[in-house]
Ligand binder design. Structure first.
Ligand SMILES: CC(C)(COP(=O)(O)OP(=O)(O)OC[C@H]1O[C@@H](n2cnc3c(N)ncnc32)[C@H](O)[C@@H]1OP(=O)(O)O)[C@@H](O)C(=O)NCCC(=O)NCCS
Length: 215
């Protein structure tokens, strides 16, 4: 575990699966917070994660929120945004601060905007005029080009490219290495599999994950 100044505000990671490891690293590289601990799902094991303690399960959240005033949702998202949305709203209702976390190895233009609780991982670029909503994951090496707009609760996966002016609706997933043509609008709760080339608009709840296969 890194040695962290005790005067930094503490942050709780809600979620303790694989994605929590990436969150830990991003928070360490962001440098503004000290990790209070992680929260697992009810019934999961309480083993440490990368040297940080699992301090409780979902059922303990109200009590933990009295001890630690900031949180980030550390659950991953592919098929459904629902678990991350539910936890984010629960954290909001408990009055927790939900800061955006930006790895020191990412670039976020001063002319871009990020919503609360959004995590920007190593190597990601968010360019001028882009807007990313709340509780999103902008994963390692993703590129969100100028003036693109990403709604709340989206996951832009590793190495995905949203070209200039692309719009992505609430709760959508853009898979690893996918490329979206400039100006294309993707609706809410869409799923774009890894390695896809998206050239045409997608309506709400549409899936694209095999060549010419739109479900
Ligand atoms: C779209 C996805 C969710 C489908 O998963 P699944 O339901 O388990 O589907 P399967 O892997 O069983 O694949 C079913 C079929 O679709 C094809 N397929 C699946 N995903 C595909 C993709 N992204 N592109 C092209 N073809 C794909 C498979 O080859 C398979 O076809 P087959 O019958 O010829 O073997 C998954 O493949 C995917 O893309 N996940 C996202 C991965 C990712 O970006 N992770 C990011 C982590 S940061």
């Amino acid at each position: 575990m890194m040695h962290e100044a005790i005067d930094k505000p503490a942050i709780l990671l809600i979620g303790s699966g694989g994605h929590s490891h990436a969150c830990i690293d991003a928070i360490e590289q962001d440098g503004r917070f000290r990790i209070f601990g992680l929260v697992c799902s009810d019934g999961e094991d309480h083993a440490d994660r990368l040297g940080y303690a699992v301090v409780g399960s979902d059922a303990h959240l109200p009590a933990l929120a009295l001890k630690c005033r900031n949180a980030i949702i550390a659950v991953g998202q592919i098929r459904s945004p629902e678990p991350r949305m539910r936890l984010f709203m629960q954290a909001q209702n408990l009055g927790l601060g939900l800061p955006a976390i930006v790895s020191g190895r990412a670039y976020v233009s001063p002319h871009a905007r990020l919503g609360p609780g959004t995590l920007v991982m190593h190597g990601a670029i968010i360019n001028a005029g882009a807007i990313v909503g709340s509780n999103c994951i902008v994963n390692s090496n993703a590129l969100i080009e100028h003036d693109a707009q990403v709604g709340d609760h989206c996951h832009i996966a590793t190495g995905a490219i949203l070209n200039g002016g692309v719009q992505v609706g609430t709760g959508s997933f853009i898979g690893s290495g996918s490329v979206v043509r400039e100006g294309v609008r993707i609706g809410s709760c869409c799923l774009v599999g890894m390695g896809q080339s998206v050239r045409h608009p997608m309506t709400d709840h549409e899936h694209q994950w095999a060549k010419d296969r739109r479900l």
